[in-house]
Design a protein around this ligand. Structure first.
Ligand code: SF4
Length: 69
């Protein structure tokens, strides 16, 4: 079994709604930013750890607008 120390800390990408985690055969993890498909400001595979990101959306946050009627 591999421990969590095997993967570097991805920073914000590790808890972002827009990320898709890809694990290859070697067990390496890649963080694919799904925003990159629609917005050229984002990189498909951002260099981690991502410490600041304008597209970050906390996991579990549905991103619905509130109080905007
Ligand atoms: S929006 Fe930013 S934090 Fe979220 S997955 Fe893309 S690069 Fe990572």
């Amino acid at each position: 079994m591999k421990g969590p120390g095997n993967s570097p800390d991805p920073g914000l990408c590790g808890r972002c709604n827009h990320v898709r985690v890809i694990v290859n055969r070697n067990g390496s993890r890649f963080y694919l930013c799904e925003l990159a498909a629609e917005d050229p400001r984002f990189r498909r595979y951002p260099p981690i750890p991502v410490l600041r990101c304008s597209g970050f959306q906390a996991d579990g946050d549905l991103g619905e607008e509130t109080g905007s009627r």
